[in-house]
Design a protein around this ligand. Structure first.
Ligand SMILES: [Zn+2]
Length: 135
């Protein structure tokens, strides 16, 4: 946990506890961080000694994490069944239990991918050809 010094748009200063600075950024982006005095959610982080020092650490840790993510993606792609242009159709079938649960890869238009994401289906865009990872 880290303590961040925060300020709302009209200048109330307060402290917030977060798992990481990234966690604050995420929550602030979703307007989940509010000023305890006035309730405004446009909260910004104030620079402070401890915060700056602490923010160094997650950045150094992020390199191996990125490598792990890249390795996981590579594994998913290697094991994924290639359904080529039936990607959107298959992804939907798997999501709604009409086909066996498995990772698939294939091509989908940007529009199709957006529809899948709106339906809560996990799609991982990987350039051309696009691939999806379904759990
Ligand atoms: Zn305020």
């Amino acid at each position: 946990m880290i303590v961040l010094n925060l300020s709302c748009p009209i200048g109330h200063k307060f402290e917030g506890w977060f798992v990481s600075t990234e966690a604050f950024d995420d929550q602030a982006a979703q307007a989940l961080v509010t000023c305890p005095v006035c309730g405004l959610s446009e909260v910004s982080r104030l620079p402070s000694g401890p915060m700056v020092r602490r923010s160094d650490r997650p950045e150094r840790q992020s390199a191996p994490q990125m490598q792990e993510i890249a390795a996981a993606i590579t594994r998913v792609i290697a094991n994924a069944e290639d359904v080529s242009d039936r990607f959107a159709e298959e992804a939907r079938k798997i999501h709604y239990g009409e086909a066996d649960l498995r990772s698939i890869k294939g091509t989908a238009s940007g529009e199709e991918a957006m529809e899948l994401i709106e339906e809560g289906i996990m799609v991982l865009p990987l350039g051309a050809p696009e691939a999806g990872n379904l759990h």
